[in-house]
Design a protein around this ligand. Structure first.
Ligand code: 13P
Length: 254
């Protein structure tokens, strides 16, 4: 089995002091062996990111950001430059999280530009896709996912040295304590792969990894990652406390 990827998304849930405390705890708990067995990532809020970056240096834990702008620099008041994220050693860049789609009205046309800029800056995009409860109820889930993937990746050229991650996060499963069934996540991973074949003509598909996100816990992580189609997890609530997060990461080593 290939090495799995587990990324913690701290959203806007911790103070700077709490982020620093959890990062220090992680530094204590992540052994070299664990960091070699799993690709571990943490995406703190922007204000905590420089401090967390400093603490996690040389631990093997990769840093992620929760968004970035679609251009390197310019007159874009309040936005975050991907170039400056690189300065703080960011590796992953979460894009199109459902909370940004919902609260910042971000759409996949805008996200498409962000992916191109992220790849140019040597960041690994973690593109989030997922259906709402209504879309699922109406039987449109697979179609919605295909459209999201294809709009986000239209015209994107992934070079052999670049990576792309797609996180399937059903909107109704996020923070609800109700994860989707692993078999359903596996089915959706296959839908995503098919959409990739259609949109990324000629790209090396193994370079694209697929994560599941939505109420992942130390108790259920194994049921998702034991499927070869799922390369890991994007974790919210269960990543906020270092001890629980490490327990979850350990369970993702098969
Ligand atoms: P929860 O793990 O809290 O459901 O959050 C998932 C998520 O949104 C990760 O990006």
């Amino acid at each position: 089995m290939e090495k799995k990827i587990v990324i913690g998304n701290w959203k806007m849930k911790l103070t700077v002091e709490e982020s620093v405390k959890q990062a220090k705890q992680l530094k204590k708990l992540v052994t070299g062996k664990l960091a070699k067995s799993v690709d571990i990532g943490i995406a703190p809020d922007f204000l905590s990111l420089p401090l967390v970056s400093q603490i996690l240096k040389n631990t093997g834990v990769k840093l992620g950001a929760q968004d970035a702008w679609s251009e390197d620099f310019g007159s874009f008041t309040s936005q975050i430059s991907p170039v400056n994220l690189k300065y703080f050693s960011c590796h992953y860049l979460i894009l199109a999280h459902s909370e940004r789609r919902q609260f910042a009205h971000e759409d996949y046309v805008e996200v498409n530009k962000k992916i191109i800029t992220a790849l140019k800056n040597d960041l690994t995009p973690v593109l989030c896709v997922g259906e709402t409860f209504d879309e699922r109820k109406e039987g449109r889930k697979d179609l919605v996912i295909m459209q999201q993937v294809q709009t986000a990746l239209k015209g994107v050229d992934i070079k052999p040295e670049q990576n792309l991650i797609i996180a399937y996060e059903p909107v109704w499963a996020i923070g609800s304590g109700q994860a989707t069934q692993p078999e359903e996540a596996r089915h959706t991973a296959l839908i995503i792969k098919q959409s990739l074949i259609d949109v990324l003509e000629g790209a090396d598909l193994p370079l694209v990894k697929i994560l599941y996100g939505g109420s992942v816990t130390p108790e259920n992580i194994e049921s998702f990652v034991k499927t070869k189609e799922i390369d890991g997890a994007l974790v919210g609530g269960a990543s906020l406390e270092a001890g629980t997060f490490i327990e979850l990461i350990k369970k993702s080593v098969l």
